[in-house]
Ligand binder design. Structure first.
Ligand SMILES: [Zn+2]
Length: 629
């Protein structure tokens, strides 16, 4: 930060007394880092403000954990808290919305590999509601796979008013006047509120979104504090919901009576003028202090951490500038190089990015998990609009990097999530299942459930259907529901296919000759020798789904673990077709969908294809049924 201040000052220096400069020299800034059980805090105002913020966050976490005990496990990624001493110091790190700075007192940002909390101590209490709101989402999301949207937002709003009184007391559930006033003007029918999911316009449209938050808050407040008769009903409802019970039935089981009754009570509730809140008392000041570690990071470490933060809040140019500042101080700084590698990748500078990230991983050694995680992510996901071209080799490289990450940061759920994805591409569905299951235990996200299901589909496991149906019905985002549906359709198409004889069917029961003649020779089991790939060719295992025949040639579609590849050829005879299948004659390759998609190796060149395709087709090799690549 100081390096940048000096740059800005240099421009103004003409009009300023030169005597001012030495006081702002870089060596006057001392960075402090404080590590608690659940947070890493960093700032340049000494350890006192860090301790105050840490205490607040740890206490909040404890209070929340008392009510929801299963939220007490480690967070699915480390939480880094940047504490700024003034509005001016905080401004360069505030989030942007449509390119404009949003002036907040505090902010919570989820990013690859870590969560970032930022706050300005000058903002006082104003800093916390947003942070607590989002932190509740993190705690709930790490513990519960499925909660209704109204509960998720209502609870986050409920806890956002958490306030400390003295050293041993806090209040919970203070009234949010703005919500109450809002609800006296407008009200959503309760049935509509309960039915909101992540797709609902109500949840996504600016104007009505406000009333949705207000009423969600009111309902949670009423059920937790406003009605002794209804105590405990919310927990029952959540359990029913998580078990997949239909909403209407879940409602009756938990709340008895009808939605109309509860709605009447809620309408009455928001018209009253007094609202309860609760006090929480801490036996000790919170079981903390002694295990906290304080140290002084170097200027380069601090600048690299801030560069990383800027990347997380999507200010990549500023992130790059700051990473370069850090590299001036420490030329092989691991974190700074890793941040710069991601920015360059997003700018399409693939070679520069590859050099930087390799150097970053090497420099980090066993001191920082993030460069290796960023590297694996670049290999598997790319950065920004530049998606990665994934090969078996790059997937295996990513797996090795993720092993390193997991050794350093075992609780990073997404390291397992990415490893599941990489294992699928490396054609190791069993490994993918194991990683996806671990990721899901740490953070029950639907994307990990989908990865798990996908690995089962690739093993032709028809019993995966209920899991897929659940994801189609309740998946937390459009792409998850869409992909789950695609996998279901695919399973349906495969059903006929599964009944075909496989090579294994011929090696099973011994043949007993009945007429003295010699037994017919069993079909030889083929050990395929695959086509060698040439330079610039990519080979991936997948399912050959069909051939499109536009005017300018043919497009082969092959379902890969991660996507559907569409590769072009000017004509059929430009593609080499091989069959290693013993159990059936090689079918004719013609325009249209394949009636029974075959497992194949697809070889193609990623460049030179017409727009809208993934490249130029080179070869299709039909794999034997029992072949494990
Ligand atoms: Zn929220």
């Amino acid at each position: 930060m100081i390096t940048r201040c000096l740059c800005a000052l240099a421009a103004l220096a003409v009009g300023l007394s030169p005597l001012l400069e030495p006081r702002l020299g870089a060596d006057t800034v001392k960075w402090t880092r404080l590590r608690t059980a659940n947070f890493t805090l960093i700032g340049d105002q000494g350890d006192k403000p860090l301790r105050r913020v840490a205490e607040r966050m740890e206490q909040f976490r404890e209070v929340f954990g008392r009510v929801f005990p299963n939220t007490k496990q480690a967070p699915p990624a480390p939480i880094v808290v940047h504490v700024f001493g003034s509005e001016r110091a905080y401004q360069p790190f505030m989030p942007l919305f449509h390119g404009k700075r949003v002036d907040v007192g505090g902010y919570f940002q989820e990013a690859p590999g870590a969560y970032y909390i930022t706050l300005n101590t000058e903002a006082g209490e104003r800093a916390y509601p947003t942070i607590f709101h989002e932190y509740v989402h993190l705690l709930v999301g790490s513990a519960l796979a499925d909660v209704p949207v109204w509960f998720n937002e209502g609870l986050a709003e409920y806890y956002s008013t958490y306030q400390l009184y003295g050293e041993r007391e806090a209040s919970l559930g203070r009234v949010k006047e703005e919500h109450v006033f809002d609800l006296r003007e407008r009200f959503i029918p309760l049935t509509e509120l309960l039915a909101v999911d992540y797709r609902s316009p109500l949840y996504n449209e600016g104007e009505r979104r406000g009333i949705f938050y207000a009423e969600s808050w009111a309902l949670v407040h009423y059920l937790l504090l406003g009605s002794p008769e209804r105590k405990g009903q919310l927990a029952t409802y959540l359990q029913q919901y998580a078990d997949g019970v239909a909403p209407a039935a879940a409602f009756r089981a938990a709340f008895g009576g009808s939605e109309a009754d509860l709605e009447k009570e809620l309408r009455r509730y928001v018209r009253q003028s007094l609202y309860q809140s609760t006090r929480v008392r801490f036996a000790d000041k919170v079981a903390i202090d002694k295990d906290w570690i304080v140290d002084q990071p170097s200027e380069a470490d601090a600048q690299a951490a801030l560069a990383d933060l800027l990347l997380a809040v999507r200010r990549p140019e500023e992130a790059a500038a700051r990473a370069e500042d850090a590299l001036k101080l420490a030329p092989d700084h691991a974190r700074a190089q890793a941040v710069l590698a991601r920015v360059r990748a997003a700018q399409g500078q693939a070679d520069r990015s590859a050099t930087l990230i390799a150097a970053a991983v090497k420099a980090a050694g066993r001191t920082d998990y993030l460069p290796a995680y960023y590297h694996a992510r670049l290999l598997l996901r790319g950065e920004g609009e530049h998606t990665a071209t994934i090969t078996g080799a790059s997937a295996r490289q990513a797996l090795a990097l993720l092993d390193q990450v997991i050794a350093l940061q075992p609780s990073l759920a997404d390291a397992h999530g990415l490893a599941a994805y990489a294992a699928l591409i490396a054609d190791d569905p069993k490994g993918a299942m194991a990683h996806a299951a671990t990721a899901f235990t740490m953070s029950p996200r639907h994307e990990y459930a989908l990865l798990h299901a996908r690995a089962r589909v690739f093993q032709r496991d028809q019993t995966v259907r209920p899991a897929l149906v659940a994801l189609v019905q309740r998946g937390s985002s459009d792409w998850i529901r869409h992909e789950a549906q695609e996998l279901l359709d695919f399973l349906t198409r495969m059903e006929g296919w599964a009944s075909l004889p496989t090579a294994a069917d011929y090696t099973g029961a011994p043949f007993t000759p009945s007429d003295g003649s010699t037994a017919p020779a069993r079909p030889e089991r083929l050990i395929p020798v695959f086509r060698a790939t040439a330079d610039g060719e990519v080979r991936e295992a997948g399912l050959f789904e069909g051939v499109e025949c536009p005017r300018n040639g043919v497009i082969l579609t092959v379902r890969l673990p991660s996507r559907v590849a569409r590769v072009h050829a000017r004509a059929f005879d430009q593609v080499e077709f091989f069959s290693y299948r013993s159990s059936e004659p090689p079918g004719q390759i013609a325009c249209g969908p394949r009636p029974q998609p075959e497992r194949v190796y697809l070889t193609y060149r990623a460049t030179g294809g017409p727009p809208g395709t993934d490249g130029v087709a080179v070869a299709i090799e039909l794999l034997p049924d029992d072949y494990q690549p």
